[in-house]
Design a protein around this ligand. Structure first.
Ligand SMILES: *Cc1c(COP(=O)(O)O)cnc(C)c1O
Length: 369
């Protein structure tokens, strides 16, 4: 049947979605500014500046030979590898086209129109997207010191609440919740509410801070832990992540999952990446050094920043939009985060020593003039 406008009309809740704004691709900036791609420094998407594990590279080269075949829709070999590494049963794992897919599968499986999902102010932009896409209502809890106010979350739970998103560490603020506070929170959340604990940056945490939430799964049926190969493992372009959860929850997510959502090259690369602990250790060490380099540089420029536990740091500048424009003109891509209600901040990802130095050098020219 035709409507009055005589064209297809998406529902209001879809039309209300503000599209995701990713980091500007290098090729796009090169086109816009007439720059050479090689002289552009991209520190905008929390990618691994070391690239990928050499073992993953070899696995990718091998897997290319088989791309005429459909991938294994159950990711059997990767499932076995994740099951062994993390000590969870095979039926507790759901694989995703990036961990974004896990967030979306949870929303599609557990949220319907008029339900509520809770997330924090300044939290990852994908939470509102997947909530709105199913016509549910997003409930935003004002941040506390740029982090999650867990007491505020508890107070906001209603009979309509079905899903809670928590990023730990959070993006774009880099804040980390204490383990005992997080555990007490999960314990206090009613069991009809599913908690999505997004641990995309766990590999960047020091030994004492690393999550222990996987060990809590035996106790909490209403917990999903999402992990990704996009950050420390460096496979952002391949799109692969996973969720760990109670088998009955995994069963629901798998019902709405595309049968072949993780491609064969991504599966092979992920398996090889998991065993290359040396690469992850090198990525961690490079991030520690780069974080020190960038935060010291920001301090020397008199700029304040939010101490971060991840592979990026958000700093404040006068006239962030203008500073961002000038960084771009000089071939440096960082991330403006006005859409995270942080209009005075820019987020910079930790890069190689030379990239960080270039960023600081250009930033100094901008703020000193
Ligand atoms: C980068 C990021 C992810 C990972 O996304 P993928 O889809 O796995 O690439 C998930 N959550 C947060 C908070 C992130 O910053």
């Amino acid at each position: 049947m035709l409507n009055q406008l005589n064209k297809p009309i998406a529902p209001d809740y879809i039309r209300a979605i503000a599209p995701y704004q990713g980091g500007k691709p290098i090729s796009e900036l090169a086109r816009e500014m007439g720059l050479n791609e090689a002289e552009i420094v991209k520190l905008a998407s929390n990618e691994n500046p070391l690239g990928i594990s050499p073992k993953a590279q070899m696995a990718i080269d091998d897997a290319i030979a088989d791309i005429a075949r459909y991938p294994d829709g159950n990711s059997f070999a990767l499932r076995t590898a994740v099951s062994q590494k993390f000590g969870v049963a095979s039926n507790q794992i759901v694989f995703g086209n990036g961990s974004n897919d896990i967030l979306e599968l949870a929303a599609r499986a557990y949220l319907q129109a008029d339900d509520e999902a809770i997330y924090s102010q300044h939290a990852f932009a994908v939470y509102p997207l997947v909530t709105q896409a199913v016509g549910a209502k997003g409930v935003v809890i004002p941040a506390k010191d740029y982090g999650h106010d867990l007491d505020g979350f508890l107070k906001a739970i209603t009979p309509k609440t079905k899903l809670i998103f928590i990023a730990n560490p959070n993006n774009p603020t880099g804040t980390l919740l204490k383990k005992d506070a997080l555990r007490a929170f999960i314990h206090a959340v009613p069991r009809h509410v599913l908690i999505m604990l997004d641990e995309a940056y766990d590999e960047y945490l020091n030994v004492e801070s690393k999550s222990e939430a996987i060990g809590w799964l035996a106790e909490f049926d209403h917990l999903i832990i999402s992990r990704t190969f996009s950050k420390a493992y460096g496979l952002a372009g391949l799109r692969v992540g996973f969720g760990l959860m109670h088998a009955s929850v995994a069963d629901m997510l798998n019902r709405v999952r595309q049968p072949f959502n993780v491609n064969s090259i991504a599966q092979a690369a992920a398996i090889a990446s998991l065993v290359d602990e040396d690469f992850v250790a090198r990525s961690y060490a490079a991030n520690q050094a780069g974080m020190a380099q960038i935060t010291q540089g920001l301090q020397q420029l008199g700029l304040s920043y939010i101490p971060s536990q991840a592979n990026f740091v958000s700093f404040s500048v006068k006239n962030a939009a203008e500073v961002n424009k000038k960084l771009l003109q000089n071939g440096v891509i960082v991330r403006p985060i006005a859409n995270y209600e942080m209009p005075d901040y820019l987020r910079v990802s930790i890069g190689l020593f030379s990239e960080n130095a270039r960023f600081l050098e250009v930033l100094e020219q901008i703020v000193k003039t």
